[in-house]
Design a protein around this ligand. Sequence first.
Ligand SMILES: *[C@@H]1O[C@H](CO)[C@@H](O)[C@H](O)[C@H]1NC(C)=O
Ligand SMILES: *[C@@H]1O[C@H](CO)[C@@H](O)[C@H](O)[C@H]1NC(C)=O
Length: 243
Amino acid sequence: MLTKIIVFLGGVGFISAVIPDYIKVCKSNEKDLAQCIINSVYALRPQLKKGIPELDVPPMEPLFLDEIKLRSGPNAAKLDANITNIKVWGPSEFQILEVKPNLAKKRFAFRATIPHIRFEGDYDIDMHILVLKYKGVGPISGNFTDYTFDCVMKGHLVKIDGKDYLKFDRMHLKLNIGKSSIRLENLFKEDPVIAKATDDVISDNTEVFMKEIQPTLERALAEKFTDIANKLTLKFTYQELFP
Ligand SMILES: *[C@@H]1O[C@H](CO)[C@@H](O)[C@H](O)[C@H]1NC(C)=O
Ligand SMILES: *[C@@H]1O[C@H](CO)[C@@H](O)[C@H](O)[C@H]1NC(C)=O
């Protein structure tokens, strides 16, 4: 519908799309394209944080993730868990450490760090870690600090109504785990001794737990971020974004 209106307006001589002032475009022959992209992303961050309704971009704080399903694991930790209603705070506080743009290949590699991430959700778990077995449901929450991630976004031009738009394939995202702490509530709450033992086992095995969660979390975040990037790049022509 929007495209049709734009085409119609374009037909009668109006400018088809106006780049909002919170999007700082980078010239394709920019001397320091990497720095320009970093500045541009930072300038956009406040909007990303609260969402950009006119561009259909949802708020990044909190970030809602789809269900995370975990299956089995190494011998020391058998795990079957479903985590739902996941809300994540902190991802918009990313600091970009490095960008390697390759406009010719429409490929952007970057490395960033997120100082503090907090999440909440609901779990339904059936696990067997070391000597303890447990099964239960309840709220799960946790904190991750000093995470870095490496991302590669590869895009290609798609033609829409005769104009070129940049569309990204699902990004590759690799998390480098920093410190994490996870809390599962309601497990064995009727038995304080077992509850304490369970808490300790989870605290002592957060790393094991995180290793299990990591690939699923990477996929979930990659999907979210790719979706956000495409919501932006598919609203403006490639020529408008990289004049
Ligand atoms: C997780 O969900 C699947 C169905 O999607 C179900 O088969 C499985 O039993 C659930 N796991 C737990 C621990 O509830
Ligand atoms: C996460 O950090 C908040 C404060 O920043 C704290 O209240 C909460 O207990 C922490 N949760 C875990 C599981 O460490």
